[in-house]
Design a protein. Structure first.
Length: 312
């Protein structure tokens, strides 16, 4: 499967944080874009299984804008400040002719998606987040000991990225060796509940996207993120996370429900951190309200679903 099979084209959009490479297409004539934001150690390609699954379900995702965020994929770094990145994402959608958007983000991309919705509340019709990085993840950098106790796998990944950065040019050959020997699939176990069932092309693509400098820059910038800005979000926010996700704290959902007007959190059995890769059809169904949304609420009435975990 490639970009042409999915009906997408490669576009480079100039923004205030530099050129951003996107895959866009599948136009339906709607004024609402479907913006997809990958996480750290990823690229737009992590969305390919979900886009393909939407076609199989005959509920095709349309008006897609799948970005390579700065520092990953084909978009050059450096990793920008989150506020600047949110403005750049909105600028990309507008440059491609969309005055409004639904926005879906995974992990780090989930935080960016919420920042976009907070800064552009009237233009954002819905937000979907998949295993978003919350306060629990930031504890790893703010208070390393407490963070290691709370999310040991994430703390270990931060340490691994620091080691890879220290290795410099030797890191690439090491990762390629691990990929050739199959060891990389074992190291991917924290990311996936069942890594042996994931297409090897996916794990190989993730290996190519291990960018220690970009990853650590994103971690550093996130330390001082103000989640309070999310109180400005007017649209529905739907969250899904894998039941076996070792990178997201369960307490994050409860904190977010207190911040957002219309928030719902669902738990997906049998998945890890990359639910949209392991179970793309189930992820699509869990976020069905996001795909169905066409406009933001007309008023500021508070409608809170709460932080219950719903199995889908």
């Amino acid at each position: 499967m490639d970009v042409l099979d999915l009906g997408l084209r490669r576009v480079v959009v100039p923004t205030a944080v530099g050129p951003i490479v996107v895959r866009a297409g599948r136009s339906s004539g709607s004024p609402v874009a479907t913006v997809l934001l990958h996480g750290a150690a990823g690229s737009w390609r992590t969305w390919m299984p979900m886009i393909a699954a939407s076609d199989d379900l005959r509920l095709p995702l349309s008006d897609v804008i799948a970005l390579d965020l700065p520092g990953w994929g084909e978009t050059p770094g450096p990793v920008p400040d989150p506020a600047d990145l949110a403005v750049a994402v909105a600028a990309v959608a507008r440059a491609l002719g969309y005055p409004r958007w639904r926005i879906v983000g995974h992990s780090l991309g989930g935080v960016v998606a919420l920042d976009v919705a907070a800064r552009f509340p009237r233009e954002t019709v819905a937000v979907g987040v998949i295993s978003p990085s919350g306060a629990g993840a930031r504890t790893v950098t703010r208070r390393p000991l407490a963070g290691a106790l709370r999310l040991p796998w994430l703390a270990g990944m931060v340490v691994a990225m620091r080691v890879l950065r220290l290795l410099g040019p030797l890191a690439g050959p090491l990762l390629r060796l691990l990929r050739r020997t199959g060891a990389l699939r074992g190291l991917a176990r924290p990311l996936f509940r069942h890594p042996e069932s994931v297409d090897r092309a996916v794990t190989d693509a993730l290996a190519n996207e291990i960018r220690p400098t970009a990853f650590l820059a994103a971690v550093r910038l996130s330390r001082h993120h103000d989640d309070g800005v999310w109180r400005r979000i007017l649209c529905p926010v739907r969250s899904v996370r894998g039941e076996h996700d070792v990178f997201v704290a369960a307490s994050d959902a409860r904190a977010w429900a207190r911040l957002m007007r219309d928030y719902d959190d669902r738990e997906l059995p049998g998945s890890g951190h990359f639910a949209h890769v392991e179970q793309p059809a189930a992820t699509l169904r869990a976020l069905r309200e996001v795909w169905a949304a066409h406009r933001a609420p007309a008023d500021g009435r508070r409608r809170r679903h709460g932080s219950r975990a719903t199995t889908v």
